[in-house]
Design a protein around this ligand. Sequence first.
Ligand SMILES: NC(=O)c1ccc[n+]([C@@H]2O[C@H](COP(=O)([O-])OP(=O)(O)OC[C@H]3O[C@@H](n4cnc5c(N)ncnc54)[C@H](OP(=O)(O)O)[C@@H]3O)[C@@H](O)[C@H]2O)c1
Length: 325
Amino acid sequence: MEMIKIPHTDLEVSRLAMGCMGLGGGFDADTVLTSEHDQQARAFLDAADEVGVNFFDHANIYGRGRSEEVFGRVLRERPSLRDRIIIQSKCGIRWENDPHGTPQRFDFSRDHILESVDAILARLGTDRLEILLLHRPDCLWEGEEIADAFQKLHSSGKVRYFGVSNQNRFQMEYLQSFLSAPLVANQVEMNLLHHGFVEVGISFNQSSPRYPDGWEGTMEYCRMNGVLLQAWSPLAQGVFGGTFDGQPENIRKAGALVRENAERHRTTTEAILLAWLLKHPAKIQPVLGTSRPDRLRACTKAVSVSLSREEWYSLFAAARGAPMP
Ligand SMILES: NC(=O)c1ccc[n+]([C@@H]2O[C@H](COP(=O)([O-])OP(=O)(O)OC[C@H]3O[C@@H](n4cnc5c(N)ncnc54)[C@H](OP(=O)(O)O)[C@@H]3O)[C@@H](O)[C@H]2O)c1
């Protein structure tokens, strides 16, 4: 596995990260953890170890806390594992009825950030997170409060580094202006279909931009400031694994091209989708969502695939459903 050093940190992390959203039985409020969930988490960690992935992405909402809880159970069984892995989690999204009678909302208040981290650490059974991300922008955020929460978490040793998710360049600049340490990551949806991060660069000066998507300047900001871009849903949630029946023409064409590339490179379709992201010079870190060891192995082949510029653009053109402007 290729390893990368996250700028502004001492963290050496695998180029591919494992997303833990699939652990703990999904988002249903009534699910209760069983030994099957424990077994799934063990297999998940075994598979990561086998392929050399050392980076695990959590959020306090995944499985309504159960993803962290079941991961923590396996960590307690394997205490030597903790120092070999990097754990990232997120907070800031609150469910409806948390507490009873409240609406679904975002919350970057000082108290919520501090309470969330304590709960995350308790579920994981660990004393620290390597990285904490703010999950989705809170319309009512106050930079001073966030900075105060980050300072308390850092000085108590509970969180080593901080980052964001689903934020644009202006939001990052705003937040950064209150912080003494650099934001180290921004986790955003990026995949062959959800390609605003590259479409934005060719939309300028077009009479009808195809996919503006709010990305303006975000890629450049992250590259100039050494912010690691992490891609959520890097496999477009499995769309390219299906039959394409009833799918729009761009997905059918892009899907056929993904398969053609997989044959030519003697690799898997998952590897081609990820290699398309890895080709970008920003050194994007895909966060894989599979919970199947065989698919994880199929994904890790991506690090040894090098798409040519021509292959990269052909895939992009097929996915956007139009040639370059
Ligand atoms: N920051 C955010 O707002 C945010 C939002 C969403 C997710 N995330 C993070 O990103 C991670 C990945 O997200 P994701 O799960 O949406 O990513 P993904 O890797 O694009 O999608 C994974 C899903 O697609 C299925 N899949 C992939 N390839 C397939 C194929 N060829 N055939 C059939 N099914 C296929 C997987 O099924 P199998 O399990 O069967 O392989 C799994 O259900 C999450 O775990 C989480 O850590 C972050």
